[in-house]
Design a protein around this ligand. Structure first.
Ligand SMILES: [Zn+2]
Length: 244
């Protein structure tokens, strides 16, 4: 790589670090509880993407998969979700992050590896993590002063007791039906938009999430994850059917 290109990519990396220095979203136990409530067999790996992310801050392949800043405050739509899919794992096009595309990209990655006959389940551990990040209000709204100041406390708002609440999360879950990638994009948009609106409400009221609100959010994540895991096991549709 040409030296100027290297310097340019380092500058991009440093810039993105400045934007999102330690925005981890839900703390580890909350991620685990979401994945366990969804019935994911590798639930104990659902915090691993944050571990992976911590290792390589100057090659931000992973970090932008965890948030979408939505600085313009646009309503999240299925089109917006689909527009991010090709950005999954792309350190050269960070923009405002591409969490929504990472949801779909990780399922496509799972199916691609599965087709080779190799062990394929690690992309689903990423999916389980992204499904958790998706309901976190501060991962769906701009990384502004409010977000910086309150990220840590909101990440941990239910973390201490959440591992004892897996059964009650399960009872509250309403699992959507996902039969194809269009359904998938629509359901990702629905959860993201609910999270974005809660993030804006927290700003207006200048406050943190309540525990009840946090449980509502993680229940949305667990419900979506359960549906996506079932969808991921179905045969991949021909690429043409996944076009908008
Ligand atoms: Zn994350």
């Amino acid at each position: 790589m040409h030296i100027r290109k290297i310097l340019a990519s380092l500058a991009v990396a440093a810039f993105s670090l400045e934007l999102q220095p330690e925005a981890l979203a839900w703390h580890d136990r909350t991620h685990l509880a979401i994945a366990e409530a969804a019935g994911f067999d590798l639930w104990y790996s659902a915090a691993a993407p944050d571990v992976a992310k911590s290792k390589a801050p100057f090659t931000p392949i992973e970090s932008p998969n965890h948030y979408f800043n939505n600085n313009a405050g646009r309503e999240v739509t299925a089109e917006m979700v689909r527009g991010q899919v090709d950005l999954y794992d792309r350190p050269d096009d960070i923009g405002e992050g591409h969490l929504y595309g990472a949801m779909i990209g990780s399922v496509r990655a799972y199916r691609t590896v599965r087709a080779t006959g190799k062990y394929a389940r690690y992309p689903l551990a990423y999916l389980a993590h992204y499904a958790g990040d998706l309901s976190m209000p501060l991962h769906n709204t701009g990384f502004d002063d409010f977000n910086r100041a309150r990220h840590g406390i909101n990440d941990g708002v239910i973390d201490a007791g959440v591992r004892d609440s897996v059964a009650s999360i399960r009872k509250r879950m309403e699992v959507p039906v996902i039969g194809n990638e269009a359904d998938f994009a629509r359901e990702v948009a629905r959860v993201a938009e609910l999270a974005r609106r809660l993030g804006m409400k927290m700003r207006r009221e200048n406050r943190d999430m309540t525990a009840e609100e946090a449980y509502t959010q993680v229940t949305l994540s667990a419900s979506l994850l359960k549906a996506v895991l079932a969808y991921a096991e179905t045969p991949a549709a021909p690429a043409a059917e996944n076009k908008p």
